[in-house]
Design a protein around this ligand. Structure first.
Ligand SMILES: NC(=O)c1ccc[n+]([C@@H]2O[C@H](COP(=O)([O-])OP(=O)(O)OC[C@H]3O[C@@H](n4cnc5c(N)ncnc54)[C@H](OP(=O)(O)O)[C@@H]3O)[C@@H](O)[C@H]2O)c1
Length: 299
């Protein structure tokens, strides 16, 4: 198939382009600065900005399937303020769906997020929910994935936990986690386990019109993740419970002085990032075949 990966030079995008290329698809990756990416020789690149319809439209011509992977990180506050979520998640999806419809693309795969909800608590979750509506109301044969947090080479989840260190008490060998790191659960999935499912989704009609919640083999708290990251480096860390109301103040202040976290990130730490039912079985995958975070960290 001819496949366009919008956001194909990012973390998941690069792994996805490689898997598509290895399976014999003709792949084009689109982003604003595609020259910076490390992609297989067979993958073509094209430059465009999803907020500017004219700049992306021609890339959809002749494609059989499109993946939409452009998003802002839920972990860090976006440059340009909270309206960026609407512009990138919603506006970018609208432009891509319109271009796909106008150029006769059949399959459209949207990378969304757990909890995506037009009436949700954060700008991130609301814009993801509204973007899903654009996809499901389109004339395209769509599939939506809502993965939990994804880890692997090039990902930011592991480095995020390290960046929290010293945020509230610089220079002190303690690691304050909001709520002691116990409140929020994650079900991290390795990018190498996720991308084969993403490719499978366009290779069978069975996945048309489906929304899949996908997670890894273990449910972990932020405290578990932090401990595993430090243990893998042969170090230990003292985790100090930081009450959530204090974390809110801390994150807001840090946001205002330039550390890239704000109230959206505080709110996102309050709800779980685990699927209600892990739908990996739709791809013939079982939980015990998946890579654990600790297994990945130990190499
Ligand atoms: N990573 C996770 O843990 C995770 C978890 C759940 C869901 N997801 C979803 O999976 C998708 C991919 O995530 P990711 O972590 O791979 O993201 P990422 O590494 O931040 O990659 C984003 C990609 O989008 C491109 N891009 C950004 N702004 C653009 C614009 N205005 N126009 C065109 N291209 C633009 C970037 O390249 P340029 O900067 O060169 O434009 C890059 O190729 C997202 O939808 C995300 O919400 C990710």
């Amino acid at each position: 198939m001819d496949v366009l990966v919008v956001g194909g030079t990012g973390f998941i995008g690069q792994h996805l382009c490689r898997e598509l290329d290895e399976r014999g698809h003709a792949v084009t990756a689109l982003s604003r600065s595609p020259g910076d990416a490390t992609l297989p020789d067979g993958v073509e690149t094209v430059s465009g900005d999803v907020t500017d319809y004219e700049s992306i439209e021609s890339a959809f011509e002749g494609q059989d399937a499109v993946y939409y992977l452009v998003a802002l990180s839920p972990l860090f506050k976006p440059d340009g303020g909270d309206t960026m979520h609407e512009r990138i998640h919603l506006g970018g999806t609208e432009n891509s769906v319109q271009a796909a419809e106008e150029h006769g693309v059949e399959r459209f795969v949207q990378l969304s997020a757990l909890g995506a909800d037009p009436d949700g608590d954060t700008h991130y979750i609301r814009s993801k929910g509204r973007a899903e509506q654009v996809v499901t109301q389109s004339s395209l044969d769509w599939t939506i994935f809502r993965p939990s947090v994804v880890f692997g080479e090039g990902g930011e989840f592991v480095s995020f936990t390290k960046r929290l260190k010293g945020m509230f008490a610089p220079g002190v060998p303690l690691y304050p986690l909001p709520g002691g790191g116990k409140q929020t659960t994650f079900q991290p999935i390795w990018v190498g386990d996720l991308v084969p499912m993403l490719v499978d989704s366009i290779e069978s009609d069975a996945h048309v019109g489906e929304t899949y919640e996908i997670g890894g083999p273990e449910v972990l708290t932020l405290r578990d993740v932090t401990n595993q990251v430090y243990e893998a480096e042969g170090r230990s860390v003292s985790i100090v419970p930081l009450p959530m109301p204090l974390a809110k103040v801390g994150l807001s202040v840090l946001g205002s002085i330039g550390f890239p976290m704000g109230t959206d990130q505080y709110r996102s730490l309050k709800f779980d990032n685990s699927p209600s039912a892990n739908e990996i079985d739709a791809f013939g995958v079982s939980s015990d075949s998946l890579t654990t975070l600790s297994g990945y960290l130990r190499g």
